[in-house]
Structures are given as structure tokens and as C-alpha cells.
Design a binder for this molecule. Structure first.
Ligand code: TYM
Length: 328
């Protein structure tokens, strides 16, 4: 059976971008693949979170994974820092990763621009840790959103390079996976690029109906179309992009027609969008509340997931040590 590995950084609650970029695929894949989903708590250290926030956020993401429908009897869920073998592979990949190529990664360059006072080595080597997460388990497929494409390229590069340096065919090159036929990028509601925690423009899976409606009704729009069939400006396209994933095709077609005939009323569109998001998230929010209250269950899932992940990781490390020339 093909293997699937993916993770999310625990930096607060999951949002619609995480859901459509990653978690929806996790749930879809668990029936047909051998899946390992983790909470990427080491990756979150680049911003120096407080110890209590690390503990709380890891638990939050675990609970939200389960509430979205990941079934621990089908897929393993673990916390990255419970599988120490990953750090050893991270070290080996770092020895084969070059400063120039790491400095050219777009998300690194963005961080250098946005947080010039905290350009740490962990940020620079973020793609090697991610490659270690994935290649550790010899993943065939990795469900991720569009923003992770470059990190996926790097993971494939590190796999090829390791094989070339040691003259082996050991690591396979993992593919990205998307629940529809193309990579997903969920935009924010503020008219600025993607939905993201640091952008402060998110609809969270745990938001209640009032909060969701308020956020959607406040979404940035424009004066409306002046000519039939004109292309949509970015802020309007953003609303349609979200509608494409949360609403039915009929609803989407209806508002597209209204746009094309210049009859669109943004208030009506936003009301419909808010109602469709609420319908999707209400049952998830209720399950988040239930699962979060069950510490014993969360601990059991994390313990069993870590055991499984460690088993697969230990095998890889044994083999990699041998390939590199260390005694096992
Ligand atoms: P992170 O924590 O930023 O995001 C987790 C997942 O959510 C997706 N995502 C989005 N997709 C579409 N539209 C959006 N607006 C949006 N925002 C977030 C991301 O693409 C991602 O799939 N480096 C990773 C975590 C990671 C990882 C891994 C992933 C660490 N190791 C190994 C896969 C495999 C990250 O920072 O994702």
C-alpha cells in the first residue's frame, strides 16, 4: 500500500486554508493509503513560542485532526517531537544542503523581509527538516497546499542527492497530493493573498456561526462589475475561490451568472457564503469541543501514533547509518 505523510505546524487553531489545503485530503486518503499525520511542533520553534503555548497548540491540532474525521484506527497521528529519529536524518540532510539553495527558498526570503531580527538557522534549514519528516517514512504522497510546493521540490532534491552521493536507490521522490485536480490556495477575506495565521485573516474551524458570519460580511469587495463578462478583480475572485470549495456547483454557477450579467449583489453572495461555511464547520466545531475535553483519548492516540512512527523511523535510520558508513 502506498504511504502518505503530512503535518501541520501547531501555531494556534486550524483554519479553512489548512482544511482545504491539507486536512480534507488527509481524511480522504486514510481509506486507501497507509497514512501518518503529525503535528509539526519542531517546525513551530522558529518563532520561539512559550512552553505552555507549545503544549496547548499540539493538543489543539490533534483534537482538530480528529474532529475533522481522521480516524486513528485507519491513520496514525503523532507529534513530531515524539520521534527523535527525525533529528538524525535532519542532520544528515543538512550536510548535503547548500547555503545558496536554502537562501533562495521563497518562504525563507519572505521571513528575512518580515522578521529581520529573527533570521535563525532553523528558518534556513526548514526545508531539510521537512524533507526528513517525509523521507523518513518513504512517503509516496504528501497532501499539502500550494504554498508547500517549493518545500516539496526541496524534499525531492534531497532524496535524489542522497542517492547520488552514496550511489544507492534508497529514497524515493514524494509527490504532492491535492483533493481536487489542482493545488489549493485559499485566500484571506481581507483581499491580501492567502489565508494564514500570521496574516490575521482566517476563518478558524472552531469559529462559531456568529463569528463566521461577521468575518464573511466584512470581506473586502469593490463597486461591482460595469460590463458583462469582465474579468474579476482579485478581491472578488477570492470570494469565488472560497465559494468553489465550500458551496455547491449550482450556487457557484448562480453567482457567476450574476457577475457576468452585472446583477451581482455582494451582500447576497456573502450571506450565502457564510451560510455554506457554517454548514461545513458547525459539526466540526461541535466535535472539536467534545474531543478537546477527552485528554485520555488524545494521549492514547498520540502514544500509539508515535509508536508506529518510531518503528518506521528506526528502520530508516538503521539503513541510512549503514549506507553512510556508521556501524549499526
Ligand atoms: P503549515 O502549518 O503552514 O500549513 C499546514 C498545511 O495547510 C496548508 N495551508 C494552506 N493551503 C491552502 N490555502 C491556504 N491559505 C493555506 N494555509 C496553509 C499548507 O499548504 C500545509 O499543507 N511546512 C509545513 C508543515 C510541515 C509538513 C511537513 C507538511 C512540516 N513537515 C511534512 C507536509 C510534510 C507548514 O508549515 O505547513
Amino acid at each position: 500500500m502506498e504511504k502518505v505523510v503530512s503535518g501541520i505546524r501547531p501555531t494556534g487553531n486550524l483554519h479553512l486554508g489548512n482544511y482545504f489545503g491539507a486536512v480534507k485530503s488527509f481524511v480522504k486518503m486514510q481509506d486507501n493509503y497507509d497514512c501518518l499525520f503529525f503535528v509539526a511542533d519542531w517546525h513551530s520553534l522558529t518563532t520561539h513560542p512559550k512552553p505552555e503555548d507549545i503544549r496547548r497548540s499540539a493538543k489543539t491540532v490533534m483534537a482538530e485532526y480528529l474532529a475533522c474525521g481522521i480516524d486513528p484506527s485507519k491513520a496514525s497521528i503523532y507529534v513530531q517531537s515524539d520521534v527523535k529519529e527525525v533529528l538524525e536524518l535532519y542532520l544528515y540532510f543538512n550536510m548535503n544542503a547548500y547555503l545558496g539553495e536554502l537562501e533562495r527558498v521563497t518562504s525563507f526570503k519572505e521571513k528575512v523581509r518580515k522578521q529581520p531580527d529573527n533570521v535563525n538557522a532553523g528558518l534556513l534549514t526548514y526545508p531539510t527538516l521537512m524533507a526528513a519528516d517525509i523521507l523518513m517514512h518513504k512517503a509516496d504522497k504528501v497532501p499539502v497546499g500550494k504554498d508547500q510546493e517549493q518545500n516539496m521540490e526541496m524534499a525531492r532534491l534531497f532524496a535524489r542527492r542522497f542517492n547520488r552521493i552514496y550511489g544507492v536507490e534508497y529514497f524515493k521522490e514524494p509527490e504532492s497530493f491535492h483533493f481536487s485536480d489542482k493545488a489549493v490556495k485559499i485566500p484571506g477575506l481581507d483581499g491580501s493573498g492567502k489565508m494564514g495565521k500570521s496574516e490575521g485573516n482566517c476563518i478558524y474551524l472552531c469559529d462559531d456561526e456568529k463569528t463566521i458570519t461577521k468575518k464573511v460580511m466584512k470581506a473586502v469587495t469593490d463597486q461591482g462589475p460595469t460590463e458583462p463578462n469582465q474579468p474579476k478583480p482579485e478581491v472578488i475572485q477570492n470570494l469565488f475561490t472560497i465559494m468553489e470549495v465550500v458551496s455547491t456547483k449550482d450556487t457557484l454557477d448562480y453567482f457567476n451568472d450574476k457577475w457576468n450579467t452585472c446583477e451581482i449583489r455582494y451582500g447576497d453572495m456573502k450571506k450565502q457564503l457564510a451560510s455554506d461555511i457554517c454548514a461545513l464547520l458547525s459539526p466540526i466545531r461541535e466535535r472539536i469541543l467534545d474531543v478537546s475535553a477527552d485528554d485520555a483519548f488524545l494521549e492514547k492516540v498520540a502514544r500509539e501514533g508515535a509508536e508506529r512512527a518510531r518503528e518506521s523511523a528506526a528502520k530508516t535510520i538503521r539503513e541510512v547509518r549503514e549506507i553512510i558508513g556508521f556501524k549499526s
